[in-house]
Write a protein that binds this ligand. Structure first.
Ligand code: NAD
Length: 258
């Protein structure tokens, strides 16, 4: 049976890692609009508070749990606080991630370890901590946020591409392993989406040269917005995807179709 019309995630509890800003924030708003209770699991307290205050002006409840997805104890604490507050986890969005543009000849082992611990190990750790509760409930929707950099080679991103490629095949394995438990696992590969991440990697998209260079590679000739990813994340969280698992969906304005 389909979700009820109107608030289609009503009664659901969604954990969104990295939900304080950017793509995760966009997903948090969309899920809240659809009636879900939200857990923002992030390092950034101030940004999370702003996101939560906007969510709470809707009917949904939202809480922030300070979480480092690279740290096993921190994730276990986040999951146990979520269960204590809401009693369950229906939806887990593994969105927290960091990026790095660095030539292979300049990248260090520390860079490798840092990106892997957040982008790849972090996803695995969050799934491992949440899944026992989903198995108990016989239901779960896991949505992993990879990247077009997991599908194609993106220059100077050897480490980032490796982590995001790993997330894609982890998605397929988890889908197969967890399907008998009623748990769905799907993956979104965002294209170029306007978020603060680009400033962090010193490639601001408001720079004319960066923007022109980037748009050349996008058939739709525009940069995506967090809301564009939220639509796909809603599909994978809702009953509209009731026979969909193990899928990898690029939301990229055609970037990977050339
Ligand atoms: P962002 O930097 O704007 O937001 C990322 C959020 O993750 C931040 O709130 C940050 O505090 C949080 N975070 C980082 N490390 C964390 C940790 N160890 N523990 C908990 N939270 C942590 O980035 P974004 O652009 O919104 O990216 C979100 C996801 O989408 C990432 O996984 C990124 O790799 C992926 N992605 C982004 C783009 C893009 O164009 N923006 C493209 C492809 C994939």
């Amino acid at each position: 049976m389909n979700d009820k019309k109107g608030k289609r995630l009503s009664g659901k509890v969604a954990v969104i890692t990295g939900g304080a800003r950017g793509i995760g924030e966009g997903i948090a708003y969309r899920y809240a609009e659809e009636g879900a209770s939200i857990v923002i699991a992030d390092l950034k307290e101030k940004e999370a508070a702003e996101t939560i205050s906007r969510i709470e002006s809707s009917v949904s409840k939202a809480i922030f749990i300070k979480t480092d997805v690279a740290d096993t104890a921190s994730i276990e604490d986040m999951v146990s606080k979520t269960i204590k507050t809401f009693g369950k986890i229906d939806i887990l969005v593994n969105n927290a991630g960091i990026s790095l543009m660095r030539k292979i000849t300049e990248a260090s082992v520390e860079d490798w370890d840092k990106l892997n611990s957040v982008n790849l190990k972090g996803v695995w750790l969050c799934v491992r901590a949440a899944v026992p509760h989903m198995i108990k409930a016989g239901y779960g929707k896991i949505i992993n946020i990879s990247s077009i950099s997991g599908l194609v080679g993106y220059k100077w991103e050897s480490i980032y591409c490796s982590t995001k490629g790993g997330v894609i095949n982890m998605t397929r394995e988890l889908a197969v392993e967890l399907a008998p438990e009623g748990i769905y696992v799907n993956c979104i590969c965002p294209g170029i989406i306007e978020t603060p991440l680009y400033k962090d990697i010193d490639f601001p998209l408001d720079d004319k040269e960066n923007l022109e260079h980037t748009l050349k590679a996008i058939p739709m000739k525009k940069i995506g917005m967090p809301g564009d990813i939220a639509g796909a994340a809603f599909f994978f969280a809702s009953e509209d995807s009731s026979f969909v698992t193990g899928q990898i969906l690029a939301v990229d304005g055609g970037y990977t179709s050339i």
